[in-house]
Write a protein of this length. Structure first.
Lengths: 254, 281
């Protein structure tokens, strides 16, 4: 914990100095002290927790559905040669349509509602996940599959004992990528559709010309994603690779 | 998609066409199979809309979309918006590459600099792109500059971080060997560190552009009056789903071509040429 957050201390100090020296105009750039004070006030007023939980609920609903749809779909497509051939180009194409680009049409369908936002997030998660799973399954070395079969494993056991563990690193990577896109899509959606949430809070502060609120929002988001990625997602990905992965993937900043 | 391997080629008996002929037919085959799902999708789309009789406002027929595209093309709108978006992406990405790669390599070359900056960079990558939109519009106002800033922002941090990591991963023996031969610092940067870090840099470019492209669309919706993002958002206000779909397909095609025809091969080539151990996913 200390190792992950400790190195930020000098950064905060530098930040403080820059703000104090008023290198930038104070209405465009505030220091850690002001941000902290605003942070405390927003918590005391209950605004921040409320917005946070709104954002969170939307994100996790979307993520849950995304996982529920994406993981089975990914494996189903991965296991059938014909399904793969038919859908792979489509998967690539739909993933290429920036998830946010779906907002307008989703708004036409569902109005400025929670369903619209959830749809976008589910979309954001499903496609990277499926693509990751399909290529992950494809990369499971055939010898392993054949070895298992030669030992008498039926199709089902080959699936559960060879394919799934072999594809697990890909699942982890897919989730990580999907979530990276997912929360960003959420913020954009909240700004555009918004009535609540961190994205909305930042944009509202911007509208009022209060840069502190924007800073608070960005830092909260940054800390949350950084913590989630560094403390949970990346280790999970690394763990699955160490345990089952056959190919080492480079540590990528997301 | 996996094609024939050379072993399979060698094992096949009988009269074989020339190598160029085989390559061409393989490529055509791959292109054909790539197009088939889209054709199937288009047919399904046309049929479903006809059969269910859904109104054009909710989901347009494929002919409506084609017509809308034709209109936008002749009126010059299509090129104006697509051009605006492309210009912003290219500018933002170029500035990003030019600023981030030297900076990242510089950081990576110094042990203490990398250690000091790594968490900050990682944090910035975590935040890169869309989360900066409110701040960007505050600092730079609405318009071109804010959008380009977002694209730059997304590519800059991902590139710097990955360039730094890339340099860090260069096997020390290589660096020491170069140094022992008396390589000057500038030459170290250009001839040892840059190629060595290239696989990571390209991955960083891919990740950064992925975020940058999405940031572009979001920023255009929020902050400007031209561009693909803006045009689909405007179309939404008038329930012109056909225009929206033209925009979405354009966005999809642009990124698909960029990623698959440009970035992925670039990534593979740099790994093959300079990659030393890791396989980039």
């Amino acid at each position: 914990m200390v190792r992950t957050f400790g190195p930020f201390v000098p950064v905060v100090l530098v930040w403080w100095v820059i703000a104090e020296a008023e290198v930038f105009p104070p209405d465009l750039f505030v220091g850690p002290g002001t941000v902290l004070a605003e942070f405390r006030e927003l918590i005391a007023k209950g605004i921040l927790p409320a917005y946070l939980s709104d954002s969170f609920t939307r994100l996790w609903t979307g993520v849950l559905f995304g996982l529920l749809i994406g993981i089975p779909a990914g494996f189903i497509v991965a296991m059938s040669r014909w399904a793969r051939r038919l859908t792979w180009p489509l998967l690539l194409f739909f993933q290429a349509i920036a998830d946010i680009a779906w907002l307008p049409i989703v708004i036409v369908w569902f109005g400025f509602s929670l369903t619209a936002v959830t749809f976008v997030i589910v979309y954001t998660i499903v496609f990277p996940l499926m693509i990751s799973i399909v290529s992950g399954v494809e990369e499971v070395p055939k010898d392993l599959v054949q070895a298992a079969r030669s030992l008498g494993a039926g199709r089902f056991r080959v699936f559960t004992d060879v394919i799934v563990p072999g594809a697990l690193p890909a699942v982890a990577t897919g989730i990580r990528t999907g979530l990276g896109y997912g929360w960003r899509a959420l913020i954009a959606a909240e700004i555009i559709v918004g009535t609540s949430g961190i994205g909305f809070m930042m944009f509202d502060a911007r509208r009022a010309g209060v840069v502190t609120g924007v800073f608070v929002g960005m830092i909260v988001l940054g800390i949350l994603w950084y913590a989630l990625d560094a403390l949970i997602l990346a280790p999970f990905e690394r763990g699955t690779i160490e345990r089952w992965g056959m190919v080492r993937t480079a540590e990528v900043g997301r | 998609m996996p094609g024939l391997t050379s072993t399979e080629d060698a094992l096949s008996s009988g009269i074989r066409p020339s190598r160029r002929g085989r390559n061409l037919s393989r490529r055509l085959g791959a292109a054909f199979w790539f197009a088939v799902p889209f054709v199937a999708l288009a047919i399904t789309w046309a049929v479903v809309v006809e059969v269910t009789g859904v109104e054009a406002r909710t989901f347009p027929q494929i002919t409506d979309v084609v017509r809308a595209f034709g209109e936008m093309w002749t009126s010059g709108e299509y090129l104006r918006h697509t051009g605006a978006s492309l210009r912003r992406v290219v500018l933002g990405a170029l500035i990003g590459i030019l600023t981030a790669v030297p900076f990242g390599i510089l950081l990576g070359s110094s042990r203490w600099a990398s250690v000091f900056f790594a968490p900050l960079l990682r944090f910035s990558v975590a935040l890169a792109g869309i989360a900066w939109i409110p701040l960007a519009t505050l600092w730079l106002g609405f318009g071109e500059r804010a959008v380009i800033f977002i694209v730059w922002n997304a590519t800059f941090f991902a590139l710097t971080y990955n360039a730094m990591l890339g340099v860090q991963r260069i096997p020390t023996q290589l660096l020491q060997a170069a140094r022992s031969m008396g390589t000057s610092r500038p030459r170290m940067f250009v001839e040892v560190m840059l190629p060595g870090a290239l696989p990571s840099i390209v991955t960083g470019l891919r990740v950064g552009l992925g975020y940058g492209w999405r940031g572009l669309v979001a920023a255009e919706i929020i902050a400007t009056s031209a561009g693909l993002g803006y045009s689909i958002f405007l179309a939404q206000k008038f329930f012109r789903t056909d225009i929206i779909i033209v925009g979405m397909i354009t966005i999809g095609l642009l990124w698909l071509v960029t990623d698959r025809a440009l970035l992925a091969p670039l990534e593979r080539r740099t790994v093959e040429r300079w990659g030393m151990k890791a396989v980039i996913s």
